[in-house]
Design a protein around this ligand. Structure first.
Ligand code: ADP
Ligand code: ZN
Ligand code: ZN
Length: 722
């Protein structure tokens, strides 16, 4: 018998030992089915040990070995075990979060055979003329010719089009196992690079085969994507694989198309809106080397690859790279770790790099690759402040703003209006007594949604019918406070009656594919006014937009979060980058009551880079991240006293580490959420090692406290949200 040390998907920070007859082959990284209490669980084999020193009679026996080869290869196990240590999260949960659901549930992981479509002799002999009136069939035919792997999975083709080829015997269905893709000549010409781009590409490609971290710091429109593409080119020409991580919202069909059209090799995607089977298939195609390029959101970082050679992270500053619940990892930081383990370069790009990454450049850990100019030679948009003080407002817009919108429309241009608040109004108020529509379960107001006739809490999801009467005095004099995107859209239509308007926010794009559709329409110049939340600010190309309006930033100027200025500067710069990408130089109008505010002045006059320099200095003086390490414990309970008591106990425990600076216990910015109180303790420390020693000890100790069982607690290492 041998003893298997198994990681189980449990919130427990320990391994479990099981016996296995020596005759059964198994290796670390394989799944096993084991008895646990009166349940059966699927775990991952972590270590094999001789049974000599064990009281074997006390151990249970493995019920079944599920894999003949590891589902988690050595490199991923190394990465995940590092992550479990660094984030002080139970290893079993970390491991299983890296597996697709079907594997967690025990599905067979052997490479499946897949049905693919191949052109027959007759099919290859067809020519373009035959598809004159059938552009979709033409596209399918071309794909079958150049990249048959993609034809059945890209989902862009209807079954009818495919059947056309099958029925006329222009194509055959064949069953092939997944395996390494065959490199193809590039299907689209590369752009001639400008010197800054060329330098960036050559730095990255020279580093292939070794670990290096690059920060591609390029203003919006500087051609970062072209740098990515040309850095990828030698890798896929040689049969290597590339992982491209993008923010949640940046993964549009346009992004995908840009990569597919360029290389003619199989490109896969990975995001939250996929079925379990789709995910499993992608997982296999990565593992077998069938996909050359994988474009995915955060968790794609944990996909297995046969021969990964380059890692790219676009919009590296984006907060969606940080997982905000459960296993709270930062995909950027783990991407760097993965690159280091595999000895490959990681290329991180942004027009507005995070202060963390800029500090890494300063410290010599990241190599900077600046792209200071727009690739098309266009001027970077001008940002103008519109002073709102004492202005007559209509639709939340000052006179000057309305004028400029009209001028832009007269010239046939589209205008973007940016307001980071969805719904009609952030609350309803009673005109008689001042009563407000508060959420009963959160320290927040309920947003009024006019179209769906609902009050919605954006924090816990509670939905209520719109009240006819005040909940305090019974008056029917209820009115709205503040303005959301829904209201802006409605009022704009009154101001500009003959103009087409579209709205992009989470409410208007709930239906699958509707966001892509809307983006495509905007690109084609269709709606004249576009109202949107931060969805609009990210990475999209709107060639006919020359004016962007930021309707309201004042709230963010005086936020208590130390990251608020950074986020605001990023937002302003990103929104500005959406305009003036076409024929005309762009303008951004920023409405504010505080035009003299130092932050606004700095970003506008001197640009993001200058803002970032002074913000970094400030973080250094005030001893905030990235110059100090931060972690926080959060306690959640229906009973406030339990949270406070638990954090109090924790404070005492951590008192043993004088190098730690503790802040709290204090209420989270939103003290109540979904009925529960939320309190926190922040830990600052100059020495990362000491901080992690303290965290490890705290985590090991609190699990035995009786109090810990009465509430929910979490640890967030390098938190983004305080
Ligand atoms: P970013 O991602 O940096 O905002 P993009 O990669 O989207 O910028 O490029 C902006 C525009 O510049 C695109 O239309 C792209 O085709 C064009 N472009 C990029 N590189 C070059 C180049 N070397 N020469 C000419 N145009 C370029
Ligand atoms: Zn709520
Ligand atoms: Zn009232």
């Amino acid at each position: 018998m041998i003893v298997l040390r198994v990681a189980l998907p449990l919130p427990l920070r320990q391994h479990f030992d099981y016996l296995l007859p020596e005759s059964e082959p198994v290796s670390p990284g394989c799944r096993v089915l084991v008895p646990f209490g009166n349940r059966e669980l699927i775990g991952i084999v972590w270590q094999l040990q001789p049974a000599d020193h064990y009281p074997a009679e006390q151990l249970k026996t493995v019920l079944k070995v599920l894999d003949s080869a590891p589902v988690l290869a050595a490199d991923l196990r190394q990465l995940l075990s590092f992550a479990a240590d660094y984030y002080h999260h139970p290893l079993g949960e970390v491991l299983t979060s890296a597996l697709p659901a079907l594997l967690r549930e025990g599905k067979n992981a052997d490479p499946i055979r897949t049905v693919r479509y191949q052109l027959t002799e007759a099919g290859r002999a067809l020519d373009e003329q035959q598809f004159k009136r059938a552009p979709k069939r033409l596209a399918l035919w071309q794909l079958l010719k150049t990249a048959p792997e993609q034809a059945q999975l890209s989902g862009q083709f209807s079954r009818t089009d495919l059947n056309y080829f099958l029925e006329l015997q222009y194509a055959d269905a064949v069953a092939l196992p997944y395996g390494p893709y065959t490199p193809q000549p590039e299907t689209q010409k590369a752009l001639p690079l400008n010197p800054a781009q060329a330098l960036a590409v050559s730095r990255v490609t020279q580093s292939l085969g070794q670990f290096a971290s690059f920060l591609l710091d390029g203003v919006t429109g500087s051609g970062k994507t072209e740098v990515y593409l040309q850095s990828i080119s030698p890798v896929v020409a040689a049969g290597g694989q590339v992982l491209v991580l993008v923010p949640e919202i940046g993964l549009t069909p346009q992004t995908l198309a840009r990569f597919e059209q360029r290389f003619g090799v199989p490109v896969g995607v990975w995001h939250s809106n996929m079925t379990d089977l789709e995910r499993f298939t992608v997982w296999q195609r990565c593992q077998t080397g069938d996909l050359a390029i994988l474009i995915g959101t955060r968790s794609a970082l944990f996909l297995p690859f046969l021969t990964l050679q380059l890692l790219i992270l676009d919009e590296e500053h984006d907060a969606s790279f940080k997982q905000q619940d459960g296993f709270r990892y930062h995909a950027r930081d783990l991407a760097i770790k993965r690159a280091a383990l595999l000895k490959l370069p990681v290329l991180m790009g942004s027009a507005t790099p995070s202060l963390e990454s800029l500090a890494n450049v300063q410290a010599g850990r990241f190599f900077p690759l600046p792209l200071p100019e727009r690739a098309t030679g266009q001027a970077v948009p001008k940002v103008e402040l519109v002073d709102l003080k004492q202005q007559v407002m209509q639709a939340g817009l000052a006179g000057l703003t309305r004028q400029r919108i009209q001028q832009s429309l007269d010239k046939g241009r589209q205008v973007l209006l940016f307001l980071n608040r969805r719904g009609f109004a952030p609350a309803l108020i009673c005109h008689e007594c001042g009563w407000l529509t508060e959420c009963q379960r959160c320290s927040a107001f309920m947003t009024y949604h006019k179209q769906s006739r609902q009050l919605v809490c954006h924090h816990c999801g509670t939905i209520k019918a719109v009240p006819r009467q005040c909940g305090g005095c019974g008056s029917t004099q209820l009115s709205t406070v503040g303005q959301g995107t829904e209201q802006l859209e409605e009022q704009l239509q009154l101001l500009f009656p003959n103009v087409t308007i579209t709205r992009l926010d989470r409410d208007s794009t709930r239906r699958k594919g509707s966001l892509d559709q809307a983006l495509q329409q905007i690109q084609q110049g269709e709606p004249q006014l576009i109202v949107g939340t931060q969805m609009l600010a990210k990475g999209h190309h709107f060639p006919n937009v020359a004016l962007a309006v930021i309707v309201d930033v004042d709230g963010a100027l005086y936020s208590s979060d130390f990251r608020a200025p950074e986020q605001l500067a990023q937002l302003l710069t990103q929104v500005a980058g959406r305009s003036g990408r076409g024929v005309e130089a762009g303008t951004v109008l920023l409405q504010t009551h505080y035009p003299g505010h130092a932050l606004l002045q700095d970003v506008i006059q001197n640009g993001y880079a200058s803002f970032a320099r002074s913000a970094l200095l400030e973080r250094q003086y005030t001893q905030l991240p990235p110059y100090i390490h931060l972690a926080l414990f959060r306690a959640e309970s229906l009973q406030l006293e339990l949270c406070q008591q638990w954090l109090q106990q924790l404070t005492q425990l951590l008192g043993a580490f004088p190098a730690l600076q503790l802040l709290g216990p204090l209420a989270c910015p939103m003290e109540r959420k979904a009925g529960k109180y939320r309190w926190q303790l922040q830990l600052f420390c100059k020495d990362r090692k000491v901080l992690h020693q303290a965290l490890a000890q705290a985590v090991a100790t609190v699990k035995d406290w009786p109090l810990s069982r009465k509430l929910k607690w979490q640890l967030d290492v390098d938190p983004l949200d305080l």
